[in-house]
Design a protein. Sequence first.
Length: 124
Amino acid sequence: MPKTRPPYPPQFRARLIELARTGRTPEELGRQFEPSAQTIRNWLRQADRDDGRRTDGLTTEEREEVRRLRREVKTLREEREILKKGSPGESVGEGMTHPVLSSGKMAVGADHQARGGERDAVED
């Protein structure tokens, strides 16, 4: 498994991109500074997308939006699954009555009666 390192600071990336755009090669910059030549080429490509010079991929802003939306979709799916399962006392099952009567009033069902309560119709 390859070793990972913390990301390079944005100012460092910007400076290397600037040096590459002024004529220095990514290989030369890679030897002088730590990032590999391929990493510097990747930064250049992404900077060109962000500046509108390339259209062959997503800008950094678009990538961040996609990431955010994927997280949101994941959260919503998890919440939907939780709601689908529900808790045992929430479903209308055997021995329980539907909570809304035809009159539009809430009914206190069989579960309430089983605990010794009266069956009543209650206003919403």
